[in-house]
Design a protein around this ligand. Structure first.
Ligand SMILES: [Mg+2]
Length: 242
């Protein structure tokens, strides 16, 4: 039994034909796989992925960069309230938004999530913005985590949550083992997944930031891109974890 915990955009999505092939492979071994998506998407965007972008229904989903967990029952996503109560204990969204007003170079993404604040940022100012937030959070006693991906997306989420921690919680809750879990990703916001697990697939199109943080560790570096890379890695782990 393998639990595949995969990022969506840039990992599963990017090559529709390859995604079809991966889906068929998973469907053909459905009793052998648990499928979990781990993405920055919210539940509406996740549903769109399933209904219009070719994703198959997973067993569970880690959404909004780890700030939400959903399990799937009878084809519907049900929020995990236990996770919400764990991570919301130290979270004060108003304080985060107030601090953000003192940071230059942010543009709102125009969506409101309870446990995540997101902005578009100017790529050339990414590190400056990260430092400014860190300083403000320290000064104001704000407990929050800053995640920048593709140098242009900035997410601020509760301190004690990210894709990796959410996946660890979920694996435990579903009584699955991390020894047989395989993560997959393409960018910096997947780094936490690779830090929480020791089996992982870095797809061929992965960004430099993820390559840097996963180098010198025992992960599968796929030669092919997007879902083809995931399938390549999955076949490798099928053999290895037998
Ligand atoms: Mg991605």
């Amino acid at each position: 039994m393998i639990t595949l915990i995969s990022d969506v955009d840039g990992t599963l999505l990017g090559d529709p034909a390859a995604l079809n092939e991966l889906n068929e492979y998973i469907a053909g071994h459905r009793d052998y796989f648990h499928l979990i998506y781990a993405t920055g998407r919210d539940v509406t965007e996740m549903n769109r992925g399933i209904f219009t972008e070719g994703l198959i229904m997973p067993d569970a989903a880690i959404l909004s960069t780890g700030s939400e967990i959903y399990t799937v029952e009878s084809g519907a996503f049900l929020p995990d309230v236990q996770w919400e109560s764990i991570i919301s204990a130290s979270w004060d969204k108003n304080k985060v938004e107030e601090a953000a007003k003192q940071v230059q170079g942010l543009m709102t993404q125009g969506k409101s999530e309870k446990l995540k604040v997101s902005y578009f940022i100017d790529p050339s100012a990414a590190e400056q913005i990260r430092c400014r937030f860190r300083k403000l959070f320290k000064e104001q006693g704000i407990k929050a985590k800053i995640i920048i991906s593709h140098e242009k997306y900035l997410d601020i989420i509760p301190e004690n949550c990210d894709k990796g921690k959410a996946a660890e919680f979920l694996i435990k809750k579903l009584d699955m083992s991390s020894d047989s879990s395989v993560v997959a990703g393409d960018s910096e916001n997947d780094t936490d997944l690779f830090e929480s697990f020791y089996h992982g697939i870095v797809v061929g199109n992965a960004r430099h930031g993820l390559r840097l943080s996963t180098q010198n560790r025992d992960f599968y570096m796929a030669g092919t891109d997007y879902a083809a890379g995931v399938l390549e890695g999955l076949k490798y782990y099928m053999q290895r974890l037998k």
